[in-house]
Design a protein. Sequence first.
Length: 255
Amino acid sequence: TFVSLAARLADATPALSAWISMPDPLIAESAARAGFDAVTLDMQHGLHDPVSVMRGVAAVTLAGQPTIVRVPVGDFAMASRALDMGASAVIAPMINSVADAEALVAATKYPPVGQRSWGPTRAIQLQGIDPAAYLANANQTTLAFAMIETLAAMAALDAILEVPGLDAVFIGPSDLSIALSNGANVDPMRIDNQDAASAIRARAHAAGKRVGIFALNGAQARLYRALGYDFIALGVDAAYFALGAAAMLADARRD
Ligand code: 3PY
Ligand code: MG
């Protein structure tokens, strides 16, 4: 049976999501079966394209997990298409203004909240519901995450949080650390960067929004769990493979 990210967050907070760059659906399905609470397919920096997203969402859904799609920068049409393909949330990078946040909501919510165009054929197939039920529930069961990862986004944060229909924010700690150091370094764990992320989290929670963040490894994810994030994306598929291979080889070569 279909599980949306909204439903998963209601009973597993924080949800820990896999982060998948490799476009074969087998990779996404393997992550779904490995114990993550959700699977995110990355079109911004990862290799996913619209066809691989369609296949990946199906594989993850049939394995019983919610799928999230991070779309490319400014590609709000793809945000609609990801939901049409059955994703239960989208993450939009580089949301730097109220206009960006409004464009995200317009693409991902049906009227009267937004202007999402009708065509969720694949989502309806995968979720096993009828079109009327999909229309009645989609604005609640699909989530739009605005990525906050620039100085402009931090400056506009309170206004972005007031955009009707925006469900959640997702902090990009690497880009944020580059912005806060004026390009000097990329270091998500820098104290000033963690302070900025915590301030974003507190303001978003005060506005009633869910807050997600990206963790490079298990130690970072543990920190974010303790801090009260709702949704934590953990690592990346290439690292799961490399770490698993290294651990197995080391075990094999032990005397
Ligand atoms: C960032 O940290 O900038 C991200 O976009 C996380 O993937
Ligand atoms: Mg980023």
